[in-house]
Design a protein around this ligand. Structure first.
Ligand SMILES: NC(=O)c1ccc[n+]([C@@H]2O[C@H](COP(=O)([O-])OP(=O)(O)OC[C@H]3O[C@@H](n4cnc5c(N)ncnc54)[C@H](OP(=O)(O)O)[C@@H]3O)[C@@H](O)[C@H]2O)c1
Length: 349
């Protein structure tokens, strides 16, 4: 297996490395939560310094972050160190930083000014807030521009998905999709216009959305977006394949950027019989099979988190695992839920 990372060419020609280190280390009841403070609900931004450093050592050159994760300064700290020693560490500003603004508040998260209360702000207030948050991202990251800036969520609310074996991949055509709120629709467009402005000034080399389903994107285009989003970041894994959104995006030239490819650590992929079977045949781990499926078969970029350099290196190698049609048929059957804890895009108005 080769350790080179494939790139995805965005519709404007920007080359995006197909795998990224995520910077929202898990929270709450996960194994990473310190036992000494079980009441804490929120991110662990302080762990980002270590994981981003390990990711760069492992060879990753794409960092996926967000204003709401409250870790831009930790990312900036590592980047600064690597830029200063660029002759030995080979990090250049050509490497890729994705960030996100326009995230509704969530209980326990984003206590400071990192979120946008979409439902209570007017269109004008949203415009002002997204401008301010965009600039805050650049200041915190210590860069003049980002490589991609995404609208983090289309709206607040939505019910969390659950771990059923039901195949509701088709929620877009069924009764699972909630009605679009017209106020939110206008506010999304206002936020998108801010991103278009910064794209035109060169402060973002590409712009996109996150957690949007096909109707959210189509409304932006119908309502006057001048630029088609170049990226849609979406929870996608072998368990949540979102084939309808992916097909819509790919037809429009929108790159799909899968987040939580390992089921956020909630799913124990090491015990999944189908993943184990394909992994044994390919002589790799179940997690590597799950990642290869996203990159090779669904043609997505992927943002994952890991605290382990070995895991990160293995995830890079997974990009060159070649699944055959028989493997793909088995993996297609793993689809089971439209979301895994976070709201499904189809529940967002
Ligand atoms: N746009 C959005 O709304 C949004 C929402 C959520 C997340 N994200 C982005 O997506 C990133 C990743 O998402 P996530 O952390 O929620 O989920 P994830 O990457 O699916 O899960 C992380 C967990 O997977 C484990 N893992 C890593 N490599 C593995 C492998 N090869 N096999 C099996 N398990 C493996 C890690 O354990 P070890 O530490 O032990 O390796 C960690 O516990 C976030 O950091 C964030 O940047 C975006």
């Amino acid at each position: 297996m080769s350790s080179s990372i494939p790139t995805i060419t965005l519709s404007n020609g920007v080359q995006m490395p197909a795998i990224a280190i995520g910077t929202a280390p898990l929270s709450g009841s996960t194994a990473e939560a310190p036992q000494s403070n079980p009441n804490y609900v929120g991110f662990f931004p302080e762990r980002v310094t270590r994981s981003v450093h390990l990711a760069l050592q492992a060879g990753l050159r794409h960092i996926d972050t967000a204003l709401m994760y409250r870790c831009h300064e930790h990312v900036a700290h590592v980047l600064r160190q690597w830029f200063m020693e660029s002759s030995t560490r080979k990090l250049s500003r050509e490497d890729v930083i994705t960030s996100k603004v326009f995230r509704p508040p969530a209980p326990g998260f984003g206590l400071d000014d990192t979120t946008v209360d979409i439902s209570s702000l007017s269109v004008e207030e949203i415009t002002a807030k997204v401008h301010a948050h965009f600039e805050k991202c650049l200041v915190e990251l210590g860069v003049g521009y980002v490589d991609s800036m995404l609208l983090h969520w289309p709206s607040a609310g939505g019910g969390a998905g659950n771990a059923t074996t039901k195949n509701d991949n088709d929620s877009s055509s069924g009764s699972g999709m909630v009605k679009i709120d017209h106020d939110n629709r206008a506010k999304r467009l206002a936020a998108w216009k801010v991103l278009e402005h910064y794209y035109n000034t060169g402060w973002a080399r590409s712009i996109g959305v996150s957690n949007f389903h096909e109707v959210h994107i189509q409304h932006l285009l119908d309502d006057g977006a001048k630029i088609v989003p170049q990226i849609n970041q979406l929870e996608t894994s072998v368990y949540i394949q979102h084939t309808k959104i992916i097909q819509y995006c790919q037809e429009k030239g929108i790159a799909v950027f899968a987040f939580s490819p390992f089921g956020r650590g909630v799913m124990d992929m090491e015990k999944d019989e189908i993943l184990l079977e394909v992994a044994k045949k390919q002589n790799v781990s179940p997690g590597q099979v799950a990642l290869a499926y996203l990159v090779q078969h669904l043609k997505c970029a992927v943002s994952f988190y890991s605290s382990s350099k070995e895991r990160m290196e293995g995830n890079i190698l997974a990009c060159s695992v070649h699944l055959d049609p028989e493997d793909v048929t088995k993996l297609e059957m793993l689809q089971r839920s439209a979301s895994w804890g976070l709201p499904s895009p189809y529940t967002l108005t």
